[in-house]
Ligand binder design. Structure first.
Ligand code: SF4
Length: 409
């Protein structure tokens, strides 16, 4: 049986599906992210924005059209969205809420026959995404995720370290730690996040370690210290959301503009070339031109090397729509456009600093004419094919810039 796995949304979804893919492959299924001729399609969904909901519906309709006979399994935050108009996706055969996601393996293993020639997977075979934590105890006013994922809970450190060690033994060159609220890892077990990261970093040598996303208020001095350690990827994704204290307060975020800038400055003192990327929301209710200008200023001052710019969309079940003062669509569109241009300029300027300098990349995709790699400081690098192995680390020296990263000779 061929299983196609499709993920939308965050790295946590990706980590969960990489784990499912591995388990299915060990049980004899043929797993990939391509959907052609799949007998079973598993979709791990997102509901963080209205756009994510639309993407899911388009994906389900497309899969149905291309694979009318396939068995469609839907899981993820969309299934848990408390708004029934959103969570009803027609055309899937079975759906699993987040709390029952682990049951998908048993469901498939007991209802479908594995492939005759043994299992295999091509899904997520270069970097190993390790989910260490789920759920969130915060109440950001724009966010539905804390309702779909429940309260914060962490996996046991010793089990995680063993899983990461095994991944390195299997050939993975990079471990990516993921969690819905990653910085909350260990709090429910009275353990600290930074000591866990230090243990893990030691255990996975010679592989490198990356954090997927962490809030500014969770970046402690001991974590900042670790950010300069060898094999700790020089990249942190620190959601900004807004550069205006007024808006941050209305969003229910736990840091302010100054905290954010101080955290980034401390990281740069420890690791001068560190890449800092961020999520930013524009058009949040009540966001004025001055608030938006603050966001642009903080993004500039923090030297953000990449931004995911989202236009705010009201979600049923969240507090933000009740705050009033919605921002008109054309205004939020224009702000999104402006910030995207700024993001591109800042990204290119950062990447240009590494032309002619050595970078450590992990080869993460074999393209028809090139290999694609990702540097420790989150720059996409393309190089001609030269027997590179997916998932292996290599040192390269980029020679030129391209629209989507740097090029090697
Ligand atoms: S920290 Fe805020 S935005 Fe992130 S999952 Fe929790 S409630 Fe949502």
């Amino acid at each position: 049986m061929k299983v196609s796995i499709q993920t939308l949304g965050c790295k946590v979804n990706f980590a969960e599906m990489a784990d499912l893919g591995d388990r299915l492959a060990r049980a004899g299924f043929t797993v990939s992210d391509a959907d052609e001729q799949a007998d079973i399609c598993v979709i791990n969904s997102c509901t963080v924005t209205a756009q994510a909901d639309r993407k899911l519906r388009t994906m389900v309709h497309g899969l149905r059209r291309r694979n009318p006979e396939a068995h469609l399994v839907l899981t993820g935050c969309h299934v848990d969205n408390p708004n029934p108009r959103v969570s009803a996706v027609p055309d899937v055969d079975v759906s699993f809420p987040n709390a029952r996601k682990r049951e998908i393996f048993d469901y498939l293993a007991s209802n479908f026959e594995p492939a005759a020639g043994g299992g295999s997977t091509t899904f997520a075979r270069s970097r190993f995404f390790l989910k260490v934590q789920d759920g969130c105890n915060h109440r950001c006013t724009y966010c539905i995720v804390w309702r779909t994922r429940g309260i914060s809970s962490s996996e046991e450190a010793a089990v995680l370290i063993e899983r990461a060690r095994q991944a390195v033994a299997d050939g993975y060159g990079e471990i990516v730690l993921t969690g819905v609220d990653l910085g909350a890892f260990g709090r429910d077990r009275n353990q600290g996040f930074a000591p866990f990261v230090a243990r893990l970093l030691h255990a996975i040598a010679p592989a490198r370690l990356r954090l997927s996303s962490i809030n500014a208020n969770d970046i402690t001095p001991d974590l900042t210290e670790l950010a300069g350690a060898p094999r700790f990827c020089r990249h942190l994704h620190i959601p900004l959301q807004s550069g205006s204290d007024r808006v941050l307060k209305r969003m229910g975020r736990l840091y302010r503009r100054r905290d954010y800038l101080e955290v980034v400055a401390a990281l740069r003192r420890r690791s001068p070339d560190v890449a800092v990327t961020a999520d930013v929301i524009v058009g949040f209710p009540g966001e004025t031109d001055e608030d938006f200008a603050d966001t642009q200023a903080v993004a500039r001052e923090a030297g953000l090397t990449g931004m995911h710019v989202f236009r705010y969309s009201p979600r049923a079940g969240t507090a933000a729509p009740r705050l009033g003062l919605p921002v008109d669509d054309p205004i939020s569109r224009e702000r999104s456009h402006q910030l995207q241009l700024q993001a591109n300029d800042q990204r290119r300027a950062y990447e240009a600093r590494f032309i002619g300098r050595d970078l450590e990349v992990i080869w993460d995709r074999r393209l028809p004419h090139q290999m694609r790699g990702l540097s420790d400081n989150y720059i996409t690098v393309h190089a001609p094919h030269r027997d590179q192995t997916l998932g292996s680390l290599a040192t390269v020296r980029p020679l030129a810039a391209s629209p989507d990263g740097l090029l090697c000779g």
